[in-house]
Design a protein around this ligand. Sequence first.
Ligand SMILES: Cc1ncc(COP(=O)(O)O)c(C=O)c1O
Length: 386
Amino acid sequence: MTWDFDAVVARRGSGSIKWEWYDPDVLPLWVADMDFRSPEVIIDALRDRVGHGFFGYDFAGAQLREVLVAAMRRFYDWEVAPEDFVFLPSLVTGINAVSRAMAHDGGSVIMQTPVYPPFLTAPTNQGLRSITVPLPVQVADGVVSYAIDFAAFEAAIEPDTNLFLLCHPHNPTGVAYRREDLARYGEICLRHNVVICSDEIHCDLLLDDRRHTPLAAISPEIAAQTITLMAPSKTFNLPGLKSSFAIVQNPELRARLVKACEGIVPHINLFGLAAMQVAYSQCDDWLMALRAYLTSNRDVLLTTLRRDLPMLASTVPDATYLAWIDCRAAGIAGNPYQFFLREARVALNDGATFGPGGEGFVRLNFGCPRSTLLEALARMATALAR
Ligand SMILES: Cc1ncc(COP(=O)(O)O)c(C=O)c1O
């Protein structure tokens, strides 16, 4: 079967934040929401669910748990048990709930920046302190790359640090961490008794032929210290359905997370549950085709930047549909996000919102038909030439 990722579908007027936040002449390549229809089998399952006509209380039953166990095995060679899952209405809820679970006696949370903005506020929302450690960045020949300074990371852990928020694959840098890097993060956190919350929401969007390694799959010791967060929402373009889950193999940690959610975190609604089950059992072919399309979009983006916008440098993402673009050498007066919005009528994400190290960068979402991507890049090139 083939899927038409080139189809441009009008989304304005559908209640889309991505398309309706800015004026109608603005091309939106910002929030992490793709301009592709979800797989047809998911749409059919939702139609069937509506047709049933009963919208009573639902729950994540044994069948869904078995589907997820099988998906973890199939996608990542990762053995987990049905009872390891805690269902959550969103990943951001998950980051906040995990921070809350760890906040029983104050403390601090460590993370590396730039990073997905809700990481920066989740600890302080729950009365914890945030410790931010900048990821060392290099720019050479138009390519932006990030290293990990493990010594600086370990040195920044304080006696009251009880949580590390990891983003893997990383938003916004697009890095899919290698086994050896994950093992080193794990060793350091075990040494300092720091729990790791690994946000792996982008784990199915690996580009080229890469395979995702969950942090918790590295060793049983790391698994016992880790809360993994995943969701079908980025992969199958379902963020409005609000469905995600945590995998927590350590029963004590799992109980703490469940307790932190009690009474304030709603269950996933019945449409989110129906979509999740089909997404993880019937959509592997769609996902393979999507990954190939995103890989080509990334390559087209990099070639076009090099040819038409050589004053910008970009990451070469291993994963995600997000490019992190360095505008610092482009001679733009002021904030580049505002410049491209005003002068090119292209909405990107403002790098400054991703914490220290994000100033002078923008994040571009290439999860869109190629014609949309090329139109945005042409507008940006014209604005810069002016
Ligand atoms: C790393 C990361 N975590 C969480 C989210 C948001 O997840 P949710 O919509 O389930 O809250 C995103 C969305 O872009 C993300 O990139």
